[in-house]
Ligand binder design. Structure first.
Ligand SMILES: Nc1nc2c(c(=O)[nH]1)N[C@H]1C(S)=C(S)[C@@H](COP(=O)(O)O)O[C@H]1N2
Ligand SMILES: [Mo]
Length: 382
């Protein structure tokens, strides 16, 4: 079963069986400042196909992604929930199971922050781009609620079930299954995990999980369960389709003359950056700009390489609310010769991880397309 993936309801194509739609280009998600008088956009030679009726990304001046421009992924179609009668059950290995209404959640301490949400398939192919967004989320933290219900000593796994359902074949039988993902209790207790009811200052839209979804900053979006309906505490690991079968990354590591293979469930974001724009400034200098993000350790540096030369430091443009959000960067390219050039960026995070090139062994031995954080070269004609 393929998920529905939409971006402004425009279907563009597919990769590895995943249908995808997106706006004009991945860059539309970013939102850089409008050009100044005298500035000139240097077009990429290798742009993804331009869809004429889309707003150009550089005309979206906001650091946040407008809700209408955010990609949407749903594996079982969209659930339609009645917010009035909706309840969130919290049950399983807890002392006091409860069911919270939307009003109950809104009456609790309110927390708001910006966080980057990326589908772990984003960037895995020429047409699977743009599945990343920077959004202001509002909700209430999960941790105090888990404390109040009293997790029993054996409760080690927090499983989030949603209202959207499909049928899954497991071995030889089919079963109705809700979309579900889990977090280890220690991860779920992080103060950053939110039960969100608003995005960009408005109630969550249906496509993005109304009335309530989970926000897990620093994790790939598959963990950000939409249309939340039940939270269960379990005493063992949860292995549903989206934990144990899909969204599983297979990576090999060369150890001596052997390759050791490991399968892991998609979880924390890997460092990633992308060059989104090249502008010729009035003084003829070329400004190369882009965005970078990673897990909660944060982006430490971004470097830019021209025509496979030395890596050069870019300048980070951190924002005040940037804790969990992407960082913009720019690099001033001073001695560009006329002709075609290849530009590429790489992010380095505070955990010391560097965004790998496509032919880096770590990427070559990654055999599933999730966690596609390889460098993304761009060609420009100067
Ligand atoms: N209930 C539910 N939550 C879900 C999904 C889903 O199919 N059902 N898809 C996940 C995946 S794979 C992604 S990439 C994000 C996408 O969030 P968005 O649609 O708000 O962009 O939602 C996640 N949460
Ligand atoms: Mo995803």
């Amino acid at each position: 079963m393929n998920p529905d993936v939409t971006r402004r309801d425009l279907l563009c194509g597919g990769v590895a069986g995943v249908a995808l739609a997106m706006s004009q280009s991945p860059w539309s998600a970013f939102g850089f400042a409008a050009l100044e008088p005298g500035d000139e956009l240097v077009p990429f030679v290798d742009p993804p196909p331009v869809v004429p009726d889309q707003v150009a990304w550089n005309q979206q001046p906001d650091w946040l992604t407008a809700t209408k421009d955010i990609f949407a992924v749903s594996h079982y179609g969209q659930a339609k929930l009645d917010a009035e009668h909706w309840k969130l059950e919290i049950t399983g290995f807890v002392e006091k199971p409860i069911a919270l209404t939307l009003a109950d959640l809104k009456a609790r301490p309110r927390k708001e922050f910006t966080a980057t949400m990326e589908c772990s398939g984003n960037g895995a192919g020429a047409k699977f781009l743009g599945a990343v967004a920077n959004v202001r989320w509002t909700g209430t933290p999960l941790a105090p609620i888990l404390k109040e219900v009293g997790v029993k000593p054996d409760g080690i796994e927090v499983v989030f079930f949603s209202a959207d359902q499909g049928r899954e074949k497991i071995r030889d039988n089919e079963y109705p299954q809700s979309f579900a993902r889990s977090l280890a209790l220690t991860d779920a207790m992080s103060e950053t995990v939110l039960l969100a009811y608003a995005m960009n200052g408005e109630p969550l839209t249906q496509a993005h999980g109304a009335p309530v979804r989970l926000i897990v900053p620093g994790w790939y979006a598959v963990a950000w369960v939409k249309w939340l309906s039940r939270i269960e505490l379990h005493d063992r690991r949860f292995m549903g389709r989206f934990m144990g079968r899909d969204y599983v990354t297979i990576r090999g590591e060369q150890v001596g003359d052997k390759v050791v293979w490991r399968e892991t469930s998609v979880s924390r974001l890997n460092p990633k950056s992308i060059i989104a724009e090249v502008v010729r400034k009035k003084d003829h200098m070329l400004r190369v700009s882009g965005a970078a993000w990673t897990d909660l350790t944060g982006v430490k540096a971004v470097e830019v390489q021209v025509d496979a030369g030395a890596w050069m430091p870019a300048e980070l443009e951190k924002k005040d609310d940037g804790t969990y959000s992407w960082t913009f960067f720019h690099f001033d390219w001073k001695d560009a010769k006329p002709g075609e050039h290849t530009l590429v960026s790489r992010a380095i995070d505070n955990a010391g991880r560097t965004q790998p090139a496509k032919d880096d062994p770590s990427m070559k031995l990654k055999k599933t397309y999730w966690e596609a954080n390889e460098q993304f070269p761009r060609k420009v004609k100067v």
